[in-house]
Write a protein that binds this ligand. Structure first.
Ligand code: SIN
Length: 288
């Protein structure tokens, strides 16, 4: 992060870790109209990649309005949206449930041709402890590669699939999570997209790693067997502790993350307690 950039005037910014993430204080998203305030929020989003607002009181219509500041809403193909709000769905883990949603390192829906640039996740009900989300800065991870490895990844195209590692498709996987309202489709194999492994962020011009064990099956022109060692290396490298931050939730917390230069992982360590979140993705964009 650049120490010479102008400071924030209308919001307070409290960084969460050295690599990424910041809490933005002094903001009421329900009532915020101020253009200068939104400009600063957007600047913080680009600068910190993960921004967190505490103690917000957001109905689904408010969440749609906040999301619209970042981009057009995107449809998530595998889960039914909320009544009247088809783009928002609830991520729920019930007390009796042992599986969770999003519990592996990934950037959202990279198997789409135009994945969402941002995800908004709003906490409605959270466990007394646990259920945090980890984030990793994949731009810092790219920068930390050797020159030789950067040259290699710059040439690679990742093939991303929704079906990877989920026998029976993503729908079957989601059906195992009791709290989720599943879209009745088995079309996971239709979601397959090729994207550069070193993705350039359109707003910063910086490259970031854009491959994961969860979604990237192989590199174009290589077999899965040939690709696996490098996918595994990149997955481990980009989630090194110094590239991460850890976000603790409470009801009323809204987090917005930049899928173009981060990955996240929902920690599944709260069996016996309920966690209920509302999730909205926005800003379909072709990675380049
Ligand atoms: C997700 O991967 O979109 C969900 C993350 C979380 O529940 O913390």
């Amino acid at each position: 992060m650049d120490a010479h950039r102008p400071k924030y005037q209308s919001i307070q910014v409290l960084p969460l870790a050295g690599a990424l993430g910041a809490e933005l204080l002094g903001v009421n998203l329900k009532t915020l109209e101020d253009t200068a305030g939104w400009k600063e929020i957007h600047r913080a989003f680009v600068e910190y990649s993960v921004i967190v607002f505490r103690d917000q009181d957001l109905a689904p219509a408010d969440l749609m309005r906040v999301g619209a500041k970042f981009g057009e809403p995107c449809h998530y193909p595998f889960v039914v949206g909320m009544e009247g709000f088809p783009y928002i769905f609830e991520v729920v883990k019930e007390p009796a449930e042992t599986r969770n949603f999003g519990g592996a390192w990934h950037s959202d829906t990279t198997y789409l041709r135009q994945p969402p640039l941002a995800t908004l996740l709003y906490a409605v009900e959270t466990p007394s402890h646990g259920g945090d989300t980890l984030f990793a800065n994949t731009r810092a991870a790219y920068d930390a590669l050797s020159e030789g490895m950067r040259k290699t990844v710059d040439t690679l195209i990742g093939v991303n699939s929704a079906e990877l590692k989920y026998g029976g498709g993503r729908t079957a996987m989601h059906k195992k999570i009791a709290g989720m309202k599943i879209q009745d489709t088995e079309a996971a194999d239709q979601y397959l997209s090729e994207h550069p492994v070193a993705r350039t962020h359109p707003e910063t011009g910086r490259k970031a790693l854009y491959a994961s064990r969860g979604h990237t099956t192989h590199f174009k022109g290589m077999t899965e067997e040939e690709s696996a060692p490098l996918i595994n290396f990149l997955a481990q490298h980009q989630t090194r502790p110094e590239f991460t931050c850890r976000m603790r939730w409470a009801p009323g917390t809204l987090t917005v993350w930049d899928n173009r230069c981060t990955q996240h992982n929902a920690i599944n360590d709260y069996h016996g307690q309920r966690r209920r979140m509302r999730r909205l993705t926005v800003g379909a964009q072709t990675p380049s």
